[in-house]
Each structure stands twice: as C-alpha cells, then as structure tokens.
Design a protein around this ligand. Structure first.
Ligand SMILES: NC(=O)c1ccc[n+]([C@@H]2O[C@H](COP(=O)([O-])OP(=O)(O)OC[C@H]3O[C@@H](n4cnc5c(N)ncnc54)[C@H](OP(=O)(O)O)[C@@H]3O)[C@@H](O)[C@H]2O)c1
Length: 290
C-alpha cells in the first residue's frame, strides 16, 4: 500500500456532533481500545471494508480464492486498519487466511506492518508497554494450516483455536512447531464465548478479529463482539463470486447495533469516497419469529 497523502489528511466527522474536520492519522488510535478490556472481559473488535453493494471480497482473477478487491482497498482505510491492530494484544485470524498466506495471495503479512510509514505505531506500542507485535490466534476446524516460516520465525506467540474433536495428529504437529493449541468448543467448531474466555486466561485483554464472515458469525452468535468498524467505499462493484459480512443461517437473535461515530472521507482522484462507521452492539437484540 502506498503511504497516505498527508496534504489531505483531514476527513469530516458527521457524528457525533459537532460536524467538524478531523485528522485521519490517530483517528482510531486515539480511542485507546487497549484500556477497555480486562482479562475476565476482553474487549473484542473487528473491521471490514465493503463496497456499496456489500462485497467484502471478489474472486481473484487467476487463483481460485476470493480476496479483498483492489477497487476498494486503499491506503487511508489501511492506515486505520493498522491503527486498530496496533492496539491489540492478539489478532484473531482464520485457517483460510493462513492458507492464502501460504499461496502468496493474502492481502499482507499480519499487522502491525513494519513498513516505515507505520513506524509510529510500532513506537506507540512500545510507549504503552505492549509487546512489539500482537500474538496471532488462528481459528480453524480443519487444522489444515500450513503456517509459513516467516510467521513461525517472527518472534510473536502463535495460537491455534479449534474444537475438541480436531484431528489429534494435526494438533501434535502444531504443538511440535511451538504453537499453542486452545480447545474452545465441542465438536470441530470454535465457540465465541469459550474462545474469548480462554484468551482472557492467557492474559489478553484486547482482541482484534481480522478474519471474515465465519469468524464474525462465531462472535455474534455468542454476543462476544464489542465493536464493529465498517468502512463503506462508495463504489458499486457487482461480480458473481463474492463474500459479504455474514453468510449462512439467519442469526437468532439478530444482532442490533447503535452508531458510535461516523466520518466522511472525500475522494482523491481515481479513488472512491468512503465513510468510516463505528458501531456498538445494542442490548435489545430481538428474536426472529419466522
Ligand atoms: N473486506 C474486508 O474487510 C475483509 C475482511 C476479512 C476477510 N475478508 C474476506 O472474507 C473472506 C473470508 O475470509 P476468512 O476466510 O479469513 O474468514 P472467515 O470466513 O471468518 O473464516 C473462514 C475459515 O476460518 C475457520 N473458522 C471460522 N470460524 C470458525 C469456527 N467457529 N470454528 C472453527 N473454524 C472456524 C475455518 O477454517 P478451516 O477451513 O481451517 O477449518 C474457515 O475456513 C475472504 O475472501 C477474505 O478476503 C474481507
């Protein structure tokens, strides 16, 4: 990702009032998410960028996998993604993302980026007494996760979270590589509440889910998400093979949110305008009757 254009660092805060220009850099870092959780109740947040027609990914033109479209990914949203990562004790990622990393089609190595434009974030972690990089938690049922050497050698703790009936041979193989395996659910699947409680016991208080629709569903189904950061690139993409925020069965109860804040980022030439929205779960989610 190119560095952001500092001459247009400003965006417009639409909510809460008053309406006023605010700086992009520091926008999410200043929220001090690392102070909101405890070991008994870690603070859990996630982030997506979507097109106006709700696509979070489209089919890669050559590889048989879906990735975030480069028609919506952009350095300004990426800066905020990095600011969210900078505040985390651990990143929750997916088995599928690790397979994409191994295939060389993943969006990037896991944050916080060590590129010069994000050096302030690495320094910020240091100044707050946080580990140099967040730990990595790979959520997987299959345990078909070829963790690349670059991650194994990155000097950051790696965990795999899986269900109690996961393949014991694969569990052994992971442990032999120094990876810690957390059993966080019955059967093959990980359950949101069990996972978050187990990570709290590991001493983590601030958890950033950077995976996709299945992990989001795992968290929402267990009322385990505290904040949703959602960027809408104001562009319609179409396309037949895509992912959207949530897939599969309807949630019951449904997940309601309140608006925490909203920012408008006007377009640079050739790029879409975008809105950065932050949502918090509402307590009064309704059960669906049909
Ligand atoms: N636009 C955006 O902001 C954005 C953000 C994130 C992702 N995406 C897109 O979303 C798509 C899916 O991403 P993703 O695969 O990283 O995320 P995902 O749909 O959340 O995760 C899928 C994988 O995670 C594992 N998994 C998820 N929930 C699980 C559970 N409860 N128990 C056990 N395993 C579980 C499974 O791994 P195993 O198969 O190993 O069992 C599954 O294949 C991709 O196309 C990605 O590009 C877009």
């Amino acid at each position: 990702m190119d560095s952001i254009n500092h001459s247009r660092n400003k965006l417009l805060r639409l909510f809460p009032a008053p309406l006023e220009p605010v700086a992009l850099e520091g926008l999410y870092l200043n929220q001090e998410l690392h102070r909101l959780g405890t070991r008994s109740q870690p603070f859990v947040y996630t982030n997506f960028i979507a097109s106006l027609d709700g696509r979070i990914s489209l089919e890669h033109p050559r590889k048989r996998t879906r990735i975030v479209p480069d028609t919506i990914a952009n350095p300004r949203d990426w800066r905020l993604f990095q600011e969210l990562a900078a505040q985390a004790d651990a990143l929750l990622t997916s088995g599928r993302y690790i397979r994409q990393l191994a295939q060389n089609v993943a969006q990037d190595i896991l944050p916080v980026s060590e590129k010069p434009e994000y050096a302030d974030l690495i320094q910020w972690r240091q100044s707050q007494g946080l580990a140099p990089q967040p730990a990595i938690v790979v959520i997987s049922a299959s345990l078909n996760i070829p963790i690349p050497e670059i991650l194994l050698n990155a000097n950051r703790p790696i965990y795999v979270a899986t269900g109690s009936e996961a393949d014991p041979l694969r569990v052994q193989e992971l442990k032999a590589k120094g990876i810690q395996v957390i059993v966080a659910g019955k059967g093959l699947r990980v359950q949101g509440k069990t996972l978050i409680a187990a990570l709290g016991q590991e001493g983590f208080t601030t958890l950033y889910a950077i995976a996709g629709p299945e992990v989001l569903k795992t968290l929402l189904a267990d009322q385990s998400l505290n904040r949703l950061y959602l960027t809408h690139a104001l562009r319609i993409l179409g396309g037949e093979s895509f992912d959207t925020l949530l897939e599969g069965e309807r949630l019951n109860p449904v997940a309601d949110f309140n608006l925490h804040s909203l920012y408008y980022d006007t377009a640079a030439e050739g790029e879409p305008s975008q809105v950065f929205a932050i949502y918090e779960p509402a307590a009064n989610a309704a059960k669906i009757s049909s």
